[in-house]
Design a protein around this ligand. Structure first.
Ligand code: TYC
Length: 125
């Protein structure tokens, strides 16, 4: 014998006719599931900050900023000079994992080249 499904089975309502949270009784014998309002907040962002020192060549810093932070040469030079004059400067703002990767890339490149360049990430706000 063949069977035909005529309605999608829904779990029974609790005794006494109460409607469980997220469900509405529309009187039509079927339960309606309501999607809970989304509670999404934007992710915490992190500044990648480069620190000045007396030994890392300016040209190396410019190339690093171009390579890892996607800046053109003029912008990279401006950021490098700001770091040189102020002691530190922001190279970019990213989500936590991306910021951590940028810091690692800069520190690896500096170590391989034998420069003491330092780079850190810090939460925005
Ligand atoms: N102060 C360095 C110099 O005079 C240049 C420099 C700039 C170093 C920025 C680090 O993050 C830095 N050679």
């Amino acid at each position: 014998m063949d069977f035909m499904v005529t309605s999608i089975p829904t779990p029974p309502l609790p005794p006494g006719g109460a409607v469980a949270p997220g469900r509405q009784d529309d009187g039509g014998g079927e339960a309606v599931l309501e999607r809970a309002p989304q509670q999404v907040k934007p992710p915490q962002m992190y500044r990648v900050v480069m620190l000045n020192d007396d030994y890392t060549p300016m040209e190396f810093v410019i190339v690093v900023i171009q390579e890892f932070f996607g800046k053109d040469r003029e912008t990279a030079t401006r950021i490098m000079l700001k770091i040189h004059l102020d002691g530190k400067g922001v190279c970019g703002v990213y989500s936590r994992d991306v910021a951590a990767t940028k810091v690692d890339q800069v520190m690896d490149a500096a170590r391989q080249a034998g420069h003491p360049l330092q780079c850190v990430s810090e939460p925005v706000q």
